[in-house]
Design a protein around this ligand. Structure first.
Ligand code: SAM
Length: 417
């Protein structure tokens, strides 16, 4: 049903041990994988240095195949490594089993719960929180949702740990039936997880392989989790997006800022769009000097969070040095902007599906635009979009390993006319 995508790794001879995984000589060993109960880490067992080199080579190959001679001039920066284990700050655990003995992890082929609570990819804080959350299920008598029988209440637990140890815990429930009991356990949970900042319930009433539903009920006083990434503090709302690997995300935002500075110095000014801006990671790193940045994001909650970070930085919304955030569909918004307001630089960081032909076509036709910074978590959709933008020349690129132990990576590409 909901895949819990797991990664792990550290280059060199780092040895780290967790309850169910260890790395030695750059190779992660995982007891869950060895027992055949989890196959999410498809590159597990390969030395990490080898994984990184392979990711880099694969991404170069995909772009070369899609772009032909246009790919020849790309200046590739060395790939960015991640710790091989304990890097994952966001856990999406499927809850199975029973009230007395819940499982937190994934579902097996028959739809029954498999426990992966000690997954070595999770940060130590998340690993430590898992047994407490399993107790919470029992204490609050939240019946795990039984997929084959279509019965039960608690579907998933989604947990995020900020670098300072702050926690956001979200329980995805079928209905409001268990809500009063969950609410009543807030104090109990705080005693056991003193770094808990946000507790909320998400309502997902349909029997479908969907992680969460549209309705969220915040049970704690705080509704946002401060998450320091790179050089800014983002404010994560329960339904907002945050990158999985915060250390690598910080490197990504800083690299984007460095390339933007090379292309369009902040002191000289210029218009920047950050499309699919989430809580503002790129926009806030690129803000400053005489530039004006507009961030566009479909989730209104994330826009509100981004505005809070902007205000904390003391940046205005308009004028030189300003950052304005807009809640809108990125493609529609870009299509509605008058030609006279053409941006000098466009940052795009879409979901896995990519920009699609309409937005790629809009960027292709945007005569005034001089640079595009494309950050992608799927090199295949990246290659497809860039193939639809033939007047853009990729000049610099870098692979960032956001998801060790898998063949997935983040790729940042700077394009110019
Ligand atoms: C890969 S995330 C990137 C977020 C942000 N750039 C960051 O670094 O955290 C993609 C974001 O696009 C947003 N999104 C999805 N579809 C969208 C659309 N049609 N228009 C605007 N934003 C959209 C999602 O809500 C999510 O925040």
């Amino acid at each position: 049903m909901v895949p819990v995508d797991l990664p792990l790794a550290l280059p060199g001879d780092v040895a780290a041990a967790t309850a169910h995984g260890s790395t030695a000589g750059g190779v992660l060993r995982c007891a869950y994988h060895a027992a055949g109960v989890c196959g999410s880490c498809t590159w597990l067992g390969r030395p990490y240095d080898e994984q990184l080199a392979r990711l880099d080579a694969d991404c170069r190959e995909v772009l070369a195949a899609a772009l032909g001679t246009r790919a020849h001039g790309i200046e590739w920066s060395p790939p960015v490594a991640s710790p091989p284990a304990a890097f994952r700050a966001k856990a999406k655990m499927v809850v199975g089993g029973t009230v007395a003995a819940p499982t937190l992890g994934i579902l097996d082929r028959t739809g029954n719960g498999t426990d992966l609570r000690a997954c070595a990819l999770l940060t130590p804080g998340l690993q430590a929180a898992m047994p407490v959350l399993a107790d919470l299920v029992t204490q609050a008598r939240l019946t795990p949702y039984d997929v084959p029988a279509r019965r039960g209440e608690l579907k998933h637990l989604i947990v995020v740990e900020a670098p300072d140890g702050g926690l956001m815990v979200r329980a995805v429930l079928r209905s409001t039936e268990g809500l009063p009991r969950l609410r009543a356990r807030l104090g109990w949970l705080r005693e056991r997880l003193p770094r808990l900042v946000v507790l909320s319930a998400n309502l997902q009433p349909v029997h479908a392989a969907v992680l969460e539903g549209p309705e969220e009920v915040v049970l704690s006083e705080e509704a946002t989790l401060p998450v320091a990434v790179g050089d800014v503090t983002l404010h994560l709302r329960p339904q907002g997006f945050v990158q999985t690997n915060l250390a690598v995300a910080g490197t990504l935002y800083r690299q984007a800022r460095a390339w933007a500075e090379r292309a369009l110095p902040a002191a000289a000014g210029g218009r920047v769009w950050d499309l699919y801006c989430g809580a503002g990671g790129f926009a806030l790193h690129l803000a400053g000097g005489r530039r004006h940045v507009v961030g566009v994001e479909v989730a209104a909650e994330s826009v509100a969070a981004a505005e809070r970070s902007r205000d904390e930085l003391g940046a205005p919304a308009d004028g030189p040095g300003g950052v304005r955030f807009v809640a809108a569909d990125a493609t529609r918004w870009a299509q509605e902007q008058p030609a006279a307001a053409a941006p000098d630089l466009v940052v795009v960081n879409p979901p896995r599906r990519g920009l699609g032909p309409d937005l790629a076509g809009r960027l292709e036709a945007a005569d005034g635009a001089r640079y595009v910074l494309y950050s992608s978590c799927d090199v295949t959709s990246l290659a497809r979009d860039l193939a639809a933008m033939p007047s853009w020349r990729p000049v610099a690129a870098q692979v960032l390993d956001m998801f060790p132990q898998t063949r997935h990576a983040e790729v940042l590409v700077l394009l110019s006319r």
